[in-house]
Each structure stands twice: as structure tokens, then as C-alpha cells.
Design a protein around this ligand. Sequence first.
Ligand code: AMP
Length: 221
Amino acid sequence: MNVILVGPPGSGKGTQAAELVNRFALRHLSTGDLLRAAVRGGSELGQRIAGILAAGELVPDALMTEIVAERLRALPDGWLLDGYPRTVPQAEALIALLDELGRAEPAVVVLEVADDEIVRRLAGRLGCADCGAITSRAEAEAVAATMGDQGLRCPRCHGARLATREDDGEGTVRNRLSVFRSQTQPASERLGRRYRLARVDGRGATADVAQRIAGALAAAH
Ligand code: AMP
């Protein structure tokens, strides 16, 4: 099974991707994680794109498509793609690549969350400067408490260097949302004309949303 997960910033896309990857033993390809790792590592690619990510803009299509195509060529069926495609040209490139590679048709899942809920969620979101994990303030406080610490701790590596993700500032969030509406929604519509597409309500507890997605995927297969 191949899955393309689409959702606005703050829709729980990363959290749900991790759930799906575990539940269905998929390989996870997240373009956001890849790009953030490049920025943290200070590679040439990282230096080129740091400003783009910080502003909430999109990395150019040709570069993204090259990065994703290189990885997808090496992956057998059984993957989850998170963060790509984000524009109509990326969607066209992905459809052409999957046709060329003769891969199983992916199921597309679109997470739906209203804008005011997104802004509320992102205000409490933190990123770990050490391992790159994304967590909420409440979760980081709970992890710290279990370690006898009053501050914030990363649930993955237990590091204490947690901060608001650089692209989660209010102006950048607005920009990312408007980029999502103007560019990524048309891309998912393009995918929906070619593949099965399910829209899933992204509100509520992580486990409930995961259950809805699993139901939608079962119906698609
Ligand atoms: P994400 O973690 O998926 O929200 O991605 C974080 C940021 O990485 C986005 O706001 C973009 O700046 C960049 N990015 C990730 N995937 C893509 C893509 N497919 N095309 C262009 N930019 C991307």
C-alpha cells in the first residue's frame, strides 16, 4: 500500500504520518523532515533553503521533485509520502514518475482542519533543536515531570533544547496557510482526478483521527 498524506500546517500531518507508518509498516518519506535535517546539518542544500523555510515559502518545484524522485526510485511499494506534492507541477511530476516506475496506485488522504483551530494548535507547538522532533508544550512538560524536571523535555531524545519551530511564528503560519490554500489544495485536487482520494476530519484526539484514516484507507483498498 502506498499513501500520500496531505494536510495544512498544524493539521497533525506529522503525527498521523507516524501513526500510519507504525500501523501499516510503511516507509516514511517526509519532505519537511528532510529539508529541516538539511538546514540543521548546514549542508549546501541546507544553506540554500534555510531562508525559504523560515519565511513559510515553498522550495522550488524542480529541486523538490529531484529530491523526491531520487528517493522514490529506491523505494519499493509500501511507502507514505508526507509533504509532497505541494503544487500542481509537483503533482504532475509525481504522477508521471509513478507511471514510469509502475508503482501501485497510491491512496490520497487529505486531513481537514479549520484555520482558527490551526492557529490555536501551532501556538503550542515546539521543535527539538537536537533531534528535530515536533511536540506540544503540554507533552514536553509531562515528559520533563516524569524526569523530575520542571522545564520542557523532548519526548524522543529527552533533550531540553525545545523552542517554537522557526516557521511557526504567526506571520509565517499565515503565509504557510495561504500557500496551502492557493497551491497545495489544487495539487490534491489534481491527485484526486487520478487516484482515490479520501477527506478525513482532522479534529479530535490523535487515536480517533488515526482510526478515521485507517477506515478511509480500508475503504479505498
Ligand atoms: P512541512 O513539515 O511538511 O510542513 O514542511 C515544512 C516546510 O518545508 C514547508 O513550509 C516548505 O517551506 C518546505 N517544504 C516541504 N515540502 C515541500 C514541497 N513538497 N515543496 C516545497 N517546499 C516544501
